[in-house]
Design a protein around this ligand. Structure first.
Ligand code: IMP
Ligand code: MG
Length: 191
């Protein structure tokens, strides 16, 4: 999308990678993909917050199965745009997932460290099945071997914001996914 359009959506955006309409369409088709796998059976959705909040909320409305919802929080191990170490679980599950069909939802699969860590933890709880759904996949950035079962969009190696994804906790509320103008990717006053 040309930059003129991007900055009319939000003045801080250099470009839009995924539009609001594309997100809506893809979420509808992800709903159908989930239906094909889970049939009419109940499953337990575990959303990794904050990033997956918007995606989870919209995807849930495309699911007709009985679902249970829980959220977990992972400590940020990044300094704005860069990965800094090892992710840690800081808010755990409240639902019991043993012998349940579990669908783990995250905003983006980047190095893979977060989802590798969370799926290891989940497997210890002995779910009947464990599948992973991510809105975005930056495959070129993988540092650990990890693939999601459901992927909304494959995107290039760019730091993106919007639709749940943040830069220093800002921009989660944009309805599209875009790339910030370069001078905004390092604002010293933000923390
Ligand atoms: P991973 O552990 O490197 O796969 O990173 C996963 C987490 O890093 C995601 O859940 C996001 O919170 C964050 N992240 C990775 N890439 C981006 C990005 O481009 N924009 C915003 N957050 C990102
Ligand atoms: Mg996240």
């Amino acid at each position: 999308m040309p930059s003129v359009k991007a900055s009319s959506i939000h003045p801080d955006l250099e470009s839009v990678l995924v539009t609001e309409a594309q997100i809506k369409r893809r979420i509808k088709s992800l709903g159908r993909e989930l239906r094909e796998v889970y049939g009419n059976e109940e499953f337990t959705v575990i959303s990794i917050i904050n990033g997956a909040i918007l995606f989870t909320a919209d995807l849930l409305r495309e699911i007709e199965n009985p679902v249970r919802l829980d959220c977990i929080r992972i400590s940020s191990y990044r300094n704005e745009t860069k990965s800094m170490g090892t992710p840690q679980l800081i808010h755990s599950l409240t639902l019991d997932v043993t012998k349940r069909d579990v669908l783990l939802i995250d905003d983006i699969l980047d190095t893979g460290k977060t989802l590798a860590m969370v799926t290891d933890l989940m497997h210890k709880l002995k779910p009947a099945s464990l599948r992973v759904c991510v809105l975005l996949d930056k495959k070129g950035r993988r540092e650990v071997d990890f693939e999601a079962d459901f992927v909304g969009f494959k995107i290039p190696d760019k730091f993106v914001v919007g639709y749940g994804l943040d830069f220093a906790e800002r921009y989660r509320n944009l309805s599209c996914i875009g790339v910030l103008k370069p001078h905004l990717q390092n604002p010293p006053e933000w923390s």
